[in-house]
Every structure is written in structure tokens, then in C-alpha cells.
Design a protein. Sequence first.
Length: 179
Amino acid sequence: MSRIGRAPIAIPKGVTVKYSNGEMQVKGPKGTLAESLPTVISVEIDDSEIRFTRSDDRREYRALHGLARALTANMVTGVTAGFAKELELQGVGYRAEMAGKSLNLLLGFSHPVKMPVPTGLSVSVDGTTKIKVEGMSKQLVGQFAAEIRAHRPPEPYKGKGVRYLGEHVRRKVGKTGAV
């Protein structure tokens, strides 16, 4: 069995889980999330935990077993605690600011980059160089953070760009001058 797939998921207090017709619905204090799961995986919901089983040991089924469990665990975590990604801007003149429901980035281009914040997410800017993306859906938080980073990924020579908080960027040695 899959090591991830066979681990049960504990249902915290205040969280309700429903499964019908291949769709898992999780409701908690922060809201409701729904995700369609592979139909080849069986779901058993007790009072305090969720278990996943598969009928066959084919390679695809083993992969889907762990996937179904991971998606459900992320939904349970999302409706209780939520997810967050933090980014930082490094570079002279690089700034971020919130303007209503839009994130404005100054990243050294001739124009500001305006990004509308998707529904279900909240974005906050600490100072002018730290951005925090928060939400219930792990996929949505990670995707929006990756889209912000993709506008100016950190370059290896000076390290300028948008990076995740704590991300290590391997630096390269530049050209050496003639002696």
C-alpha cells in the first residue's frame, strides 16, 4: 500500500466531511472546499477520521491512492488553519503595494505590473518588499505566489528579483576584468 495513502486523516472539531459521486466536500471555520477525487479510490468516513483504500495494486491506482489522501488532507488543513506563502523583493527600486483588490509591482520594467487578486485569497504587503499570500486552497495560494515570482525570478549574478522568503539563490561569479 501507499505510505501516504494508507495514513488516516483526523477530522478536527468543527469540520464536516461529505463524500458523494466522486466529490469530497470539506466544511470548516474558514469556509468550504470541494474537490473531485479519482473514482477508483474508496473513501470511508468515520466520526473522527477518513480512510482511503484501493481495489487494485496497479501503478496508476497506487499513485491515485496517495493523491486522493493528500488532496483531502490539504482541504482539511485549509478550512481549519489555511495556507500562506511569503515572497520578498530584492533589487533597487523594486516595490509592491496593494491598490484595492489589485497588487501593483514595480520590478524594474518601464511599467508597473498590476495583478488582480483571485477570489478566495488575501494578499498583504509588509513595508514595500514583503508580500504575503493567504487562503484556504493550497493550490490557489501556490499558483498565485508562483505567478508573482514569474514576473521577475531571482537572477544568479546579483540576486535581484522576486523570491520566496528564505529561498536560497545560487550565485554565480561574474566576468573577471582584464589584468
